[in-house]
Design a protein around this ligand. Structure first.
Ligand code: G4P
Length: 529
C-alpha cells in the first residue's frame, strides 16, 4: 500500500458526550464491529466509574488502567480507525479539550431523554471553534425520550449546530420499531433481544410502497412518511463539503446498548469522515502527504506503576512516517531523540511498532523530556499551536511542607504541570506559587503524586480567585497599562510560559477592571490573536 493510501484509509476521531449518554457503550459496539474485541464489557471495565468520584486514588488507579484505552484502534472495511478517548468526567475536561486538538472529526452522543447536557455544550463549543466535522448520534431510542424534531431543534439551538438527519426513528421507547436510514435508503427493524446480533436490513427505496405497512404497521408507516416529508422540507440535503467544513452536522438515531443504528453510523462515518489532512503550524501549513515526519504531543500519562516511573507521551502524527530508532528533533529542546520502543495502540492493548502514519498516535516512553504541545520533526523548527490553557476553576497557594525536599517539590510541580495536571501561576509581587485546577480533585492527586513519585510534601492555602485572565494590552507602553499593573499588582502573576495573568477575585472586580482599563484586554484562554 502506498503512503498516500495509508493516509486515505485512516480515520482518527473522538467521541464526546455528557457522562452516561452512552459513549463507552458506543465505543465498545464500534470495536465489536471491527472485530477488535470479542465480547461486550471489555471497554466498560476500564471506564472511570461514577461511584468513585470522591475517591481520587481509585480514579487515578483507573486512569492508570485506562492508558491502554486512551487510543483504541481497529480495522473496519479496510479503514484504520483510531478512537481517541475523551474523559467525560468534568474534572478531566482539560484532558478532553487537549485530545480534541488531535482528532480529525468527532461523534457527539446525546441521550434521547436528557437531550443536550452541560458537558456536551462545552465540548461541542470547542469543536465548533475549531470547525471540527461532527456527526451527532442520538442514543437510547429503546427508551421513552423527547420527540425527534424537538431534539433536533434543541441540538441546533443549544449547540449552535446546523443539522440534517441521515436516519430517522420509527417510534420510540416501548413502540420503537426501527430506524429508517435516509442515507442508505433502507429500514432496520428492531427486535428487543438483538443485543448481540447485527440486525438484518431491508432495502426500501420507495416509501410509498404498500409493503411498508405490512412491515411496520399502518399507523407507524403513515407517521414515518409524514416525518420524512417534514425532514425533507425543513432540513438541508446532506452535503459532504459543508460537513467537512464544520457547517453541517448529520444526525443518526439508535441504541448503542442494543447495537441499533450503530452499523449505519459506522458505515456512513468511514465514508464521509475526513482522513488526516493538513494542520496549521505557527510557521506554515503542513500537509499530511509531506514525506518528513511532524507530530505533536497532546497528552502525557504518568505510569501508575511505582516501579516504572516513566511516562507515556502521546504523539499525533501530522505528516510523514514515524519510524522506530530513527532520530527526530525535539524542537523545544533543540535536541535529537531516538525511540527504541514506540507504542502503537490496538483495541485494548498497546504494542511496539516499527512504522506509523499520519493520523496514528504513537506512545513514547518519556522520563521528563516532553510537555504538552511539544513538536517532533526531522529537523525543521516547527511549532504546532492550538493547545490553549483555559482559566482554571479552583486556585490554591502551594507551600513546601518539608524544607529538606524543596528541590524535589519544584521538580515534581514542574513535571506535573508539563503533564497538564494543573496550571502553575507565580505571583509577581512575592514569587509565591499558586496552583489552578479544573476540578477540586486534582489538588489531592497532586499532593499524593508529589509525595509518592517525588518524595516531596506540600500543603495548600486558600486563595480566592474567580478567574485567571491572560493579559493582552493594546499598547504595553501606554499609561493605562502602567496604571493597571501598579493598581492590580497584588493580583498579577506569570503562568508557566511567562505570560502575564490577572487573577480576578470576583466577577464584579473583573467587570470593574475591564471597564476601567478598556485598552487592556483580558482573555479566558492563553491563546488569542
Ligand atoms: P458514558 O460512557 O457516556 O458515561 O455512558 P455509558 O456507555 O457507560 O452508558 C451509561 C448507561 O447508559 C449505562 O447503564 C449503559 O448501559 C446505558 N446505555 C447506553 N446505551 C444505551 C441504550 O442505547 N439504551 C439504554 N436503555 N441504555 C443505554 P448503567 O446502568 O449506568 O451501566 P451498566 O450497569 O449497564 O453497565
Amino acid at each position: 500500500m502506498t503512503f498516500k493510501d495509508q493516509i486515505k484509509r485512516r480515520r482518527t476521531f473522538g467521541i464526546i458526550s455528557h457522562p452516561d449518554a452512552g459513549k463507552t457503550t458506543l465505543t465498545e459496539k464500534l470495536l465489536l464491529f471491527g472485530g477488535a474485541i470479542q465480547e461486550a464489557g471489555a471497554v466498560k471495565n476500564n471506564k472511570i466509574k461514577k461511584t468513585a468520584t470522591s475517591d481520587f486514588m481509585e480514579i487515578e488507579r483507573q486512569r492508570g488502567i485506562s492508558v491502554a484505552t486512551s487510543v483504541l484502534a481497529f480495522l473496519y472495511k479496510d479503514k484504520k480507525i483510531n478512537i481517541l478517548d475523551t474523559p467525560g468526567h468534568k474534572d478531566f475536561a482539560e484532558d478532553t479539550f487537549r485530545t480534541l486538538t488531535a482528532v480529525d472529526s468527532v461523534i457527539v452522543v446525546i441521550d434521547v431523554a436528557k437531550g443536550v447536557e452541560e458537558q456536551t455544550e462545552k465540548l461541542v463549543e470547542v469543536c465548533r471553534m475549531r470547525s471540527i466535522p461532527m456527526i451527532v448520534f442520538i442514543n437510547k431510542l429503546d427508551r421513552e425520550g423527547k420527540d425527534a424534531f424537538d431534539l433536533l431543534d434543541e441540538v441546533e439551538q443549544k449547540l449552535g449546530l446546523s443539522v440534517t438527519p441521515l436516519s430517522f426513528p420509527i417510534g420510540m421507547g416501548y413502540d420503537f420499531k426501527g430506524i429508517y436510514n435516509i442515507y442508505e435508503k433502507n429500514i432496520n427493524l428492531f427486535s428487543g433481544d438483538s443485543k448481540k446480533n447485527i440486525e438484518e436490513t431491508i432495502a426500501f427505496d420507495d416509501l410509498d410502497s404498500p409493503e411498508l405497512e405490512t412491515i411496520i404497521g399502518k399507523s407507524a408507516a403513515e407517521t414515518l412518511r409524514e416525518n420524512l416529508e417534514l425532514v425533507q422540507g425543513v432540513y438541508p440535503e446532506f452535503d459532504r463539503d459543508s460537513y467537512l467544513k464544520g457547517k453541517l452536522q448529520p444526525v443518526f438515531f439508535g441504541s448503542a446498548l442494543n447495537n441499533f443504528g450503530v452499523r449505519e453510523l459506522l458505515d456512513c462515518f468511514i465514508e464521509i469522515a475526513p482522513p488526516p489532512e493538513s494542520k496549521m503550524a505557527e510557521e506554515r501549513l503542513v500537509r499530511a502527504e509531506e514525506k518528513a515526519l511532524t507530530g505533536f504531543v497532546f497528552k502525557i500519562h504518568a505510569n501508575m506503576d511505582p516501579k516504572h516511573r516513566d511516562r507515556l507521551a502521546f504523539v499525533k502524527i501530522v505528516s510523514g512516517t514515524f519510524e522506530r530508532n530513527k532520530p527526530y528533533l525535539h524542537v523545544r529542546h533543540d535536541k535529537k531523540l531516538k525511540f527504541s520502543s514506540p507504542n502503537a495502540f490496538f483495541a485494548e492493548k498497546k504494542e511496539i511498532v516499527d512504522i506509523s502514519y499520519p493520523g496514528d498516535i504513537v506512545g513514547l516512553h518519556d522520563t521528563g523530556n516532553f510537555k504538552i504541545g511539544d513538536t517532533l520533526t526531522e529537523g525543521e523548527k516547527l511549532h504546532y499551536k492550538g493547545i490553549p490553557s483555559f482559566s482554571p476553576e479552583h486556585f490554591r497557594y502551594i507551600n513546601n511542607a518539608d524544607p529538606m525536599k524543596a528541590k524535589q517539590l519544584y521538580k515534581g510541580i514542574d513535571q506535573l504541570m508539563d503533564e497538564g495536571v494543573a496550571q502553575l501561576f507565580t505571583l509577581e509581587m512575592n514569587g509565591r506559587k499558586i496552583i489552578g485546577t479544573v476540578g477540586a480533585l486534582q489538588f489531592e492527586v497532586i499532593q499524593y503524586r508529589l509525595e509518592h513519585e517525588y518524595g516531596a510534601k506540600c500543603s495548600y492555602e486558600n486563595f480566592p480567585v474567580y478567574k485567571a485572565c491572560w493579559v493582552d494590552p493594546d499598547d504595553p507602553k501606554n499609561e493605562e497599562f502602567k496604571e493597571f499593573k501598579r493598581v492590580k499588582q497584588k493580583f498579577l502573576a506569570k503562568d508557566k510560559g511567562g505570560q502575564l495573568v490577572f487573577l480576578a477575585d470576583s466577577q464584579f472586580s473583573l467587570q470593574m477592571t475591564q471597564q476601567k482599563y478598556p485598552t487592556v484586554k483580558l482573555h479566558f484562554t492563553s491563546e488569542f490573536d
